[in-house]
Design a protein around this ligand. Structure first.
Ligand SMILES: [Zn+2]
Length: 423
């Protein structure tokens, strides 16, 4: 029996099983649990592999099919009886940042699995395959959004054969997970095989909480670019070199950081700049720094404004180098393009929200997500739920359970709405 428009209303009452989802959530949070109450589960680490094995067990226990690909993406699949059915992908990631929280990523994969269980138990026959997927290394412990980029055919040669850095550790980590680095490109799937992509995620900000709104319907995902900027000067005795003769690389870098922060705040309301990594050489308190290597990033939801911000950053770096008699090396090391979510999927999410009697608002995401990559090959949609205090990437990351269940129910009803259209 293939679902018809009339019959879909029969499934409006379907809800996720809150207790079962909660039990999964608590069990998974134990894998890599930290004393502070968070989770430390880096991509391809022992903890990540344990989480995958645990997930595969849960998928099998639910009577679903376990499936993985050559980039290590791991899925639970509910197959459609329809020949040549497309796949509706629903996912997120199990890996965390160092000392991260319990909710980021995990909620998305676990809610996807729960939706598949509910649909299977209701014996609904859909015209699409449903696939709950855990993407490899969303957080960028090795390569940001590695699994979703592999699936979307967005991996570059540098991702696997970058001659500038030693790939040995990455290769070994992949190999521990049973992945051969030369095979990762075969994880690419044709756009024609994917019906749509959905992701439920915590907001990681406090816009929903402040607006007292239950559901965020993400319309855009921020683009981000990373630069390595190196100021080169001259080392010297810190006591005997006159102040006016110094070519102090760190002084130039410090001016650059402060000026760029000020400029981005003044000119780009929604733009973000961050410098969180400074490597100073030779790195002694009594030697003038000869080298300051910064890794910086900028983000904007508007691709054109992001490009402008990038030019501004490089220009300020040049000026700060010049006034301090330094030379400058600027390298653009990563770029994740901004992504727009699909209008028809957004209306499906909003329809589900309305049906469930919840409040919602559209908002852009200022953090990167796997949806950013998959939405390049298929219509994509993201659902946000509130993060208490906006705290994320931290042990204190917290979302009220009621909000998790609301988000999972919106996901469930959105899946049914999309599946209906794919008849
Ligand atoms: Zn995440």
């Amino acid at each position: 029996m293939i679902l018809t428009r009339r019959k879909i209303s029969n499934y409006h009452h379907l809800r996720v099983d809150s207790d079962r989802l909660r039990q999964d959530f608590e069990e998974l949070a134990q894998i890599g649990a930290t004393p502070e109450g968070g989770v430390h589960r880096l991509a391809l680490s022992q903890e990540d592999l344990l989480a995958r094995a645990w997930f595969a067990d849960r998928v099998e226990a639910a009577g679903l099919l376990v499936q993985d690909d050559d980039a290590g993406n791991l899925s639970g699949v509910l197959r459609s009886a329809k020949p040549h059915a497309k796949t509706l992908l629903i996912g997120s990631h199990f890996d965390t940042v160092p000392n991260g929280g319990k909710y980021d990523g995990s909620i998305g994969v676990l809610a996807a699995l729960e939706c598949l269980r509910v649909i299977r138990e209701a014996a609904i026959s859909l015209p699409v395959h449903l696939e709950a997927i855990d993407f490899t290394d969303d957080e960028g412990c090795w390569r940001s959004l590695f699994g979703s980029r592999a699936l979307a055919g967005m991996l570059s040669d540098e991702d696997v054969h970058d001659a500038r850095i030693d790939n040995g550790a990455f290769r070994a980590a992949l190999s521990r997970a049973g992945i051969e680095i030369r095979d990762v490109f075969t994880a690419e799937r044709p756009s024609s095989a994917i019906a749509a992509y959905l992701e439920l995620h915590i907001e990681q900000g406090e816009r929903l909480e402040r607006a007292q709104t239950k559901i965020g319907v993400v319309n855009d995902i921020v683009g981000r670019t990373t630069y390595r900027i190196t100021f080169l000067g001259q080392a010297g005795h810190s006591g005997t070199t006159p102040m006016y003769r110094r070519r102090d690389a760190l002084r130039g870098a410090a001016q650059f950081i402060v000026r760029t922060h000020d400029a981005v705040r003044e000119r780009y309301g929604d733009g973000v700049f961050n410098c969180g990594d400074v490597d100073v050489k030779p790195g002694a308190f009594n030697i003038i720094p000869s080298e300051a290597c910064l890794t910086v990033e900028c983000r904007h939801v508007n691709a054109q404004l992001l490009a402008e911000m990038e030019m501004l950053i490089v220009q300020i770096a040049r000026e700060c180098a010049a006034v301090n008699a330094l030379t400058l090396e600027c390298e653009r090391i990563a770029h994740m393009p901004a992504a727009h979510m699909d209008e028809s999927i957004l209306s499906d999410i909003e329809g589900a929200v309305e049906q469930l009697g919840l409040s919602a608002m559209r908002l852009p995401s200022f953090s990167g997500h796997d949806a950013q990559m998959i939405s390049r090959i298929a219509p994509g949609g993201m659902i946000f739920i509130p993060s208490v205090g906006g705290i994320s990437h931290h042990a204190q990351e917290f979302t009220h359970w009621e909000d998790v269940v609301n988000g999972a129910n919106v996901l469930l009803q959105t899946i049914l709405r999309i599946a209906l259209k794919k008849k």
